[in-house]
Design a protein around this ligand. Structure first.
Ligand SMILES: [Mg+2]
Length: 175
């Protein structure tokens, strides 16, 4: 098929590790949250939006994160739990998408090429998002274009922080 006619959707779960933690403990909602190794040599895997206000970032030494935001709740992270939620989302996508690729625990590429014959790609994408949000409680961003790279860049652009508003969960790249 002609490359120009492809429709590639990039779907990115928003603030994935933090969102899963908040889903499992509502008391964490709206609080500075840092996920990662708590030992002296530990590194931040994810920081909630609230923690990021203090300058905490992924890949930063945990010791520095604690200095920047002493009141942050530090969680060691639970890959089993994150994998469970990631698999839930994968199942929803696999049921509906003609072709998809799981790029990481919280990121997917979907090839929607040819779907326009049946339903508009935007409408389809928006319905998929609604379905994922309703069934898992997780939020996500997505974008469509003719190639993966542009779709990925575009979905990064529409992250909540790009609009300057505080999302309920947190933000950052958690890979
Ligand atoms: Mg993400």
């Amino acid at each position: 098929m002609d490359a120009e006619q492809r429709t590639i959707m990039h779907l990115d779960l928003d603030a994935f590790f933090c969102s899963v933690e908040v889903l499992n403990n509502q008391e964490l909602r709206g609080k500075p949250l840092v996920i990662g190794g708590s030992a002296d040599r530990g590194v931040v895997a994810a920081a909630s939006y609230e923690a990021r206000k203090y300058g905490v970032r992924a890949a930063m030494p945990m010791r520095l994160a604690r200095q920047l935001c002493p009141e942050a709740q530090v969680l060691s992270g639970d890959m089993e739990k994150y994998t469970y939620y990631s698999d839930l989302v994968t199942e929803i996508i696999a049921e509906r998408a003609p072709l998809y690729e799981k790029a990481s625990i919280d990121e997917f590429y979907l090839d929607l090429t040819g779907m326009d014959k049946y339903i508009g790609n935007l409408k389809w994408s928006s319905e998929l998002k609604t379905r994922i949000v309703q069934e898992t409680g997780l939020s996500l961003n997505y974008a469509l274009s003719v190639i993966k790279l542009v779709s990925m860049m575009a979905s990064n652009e529409v992250k909540p922080r790009a609009w300057g508003c505080a999302p309920s969960g947190c933000c950052g790249r958690f890979r």
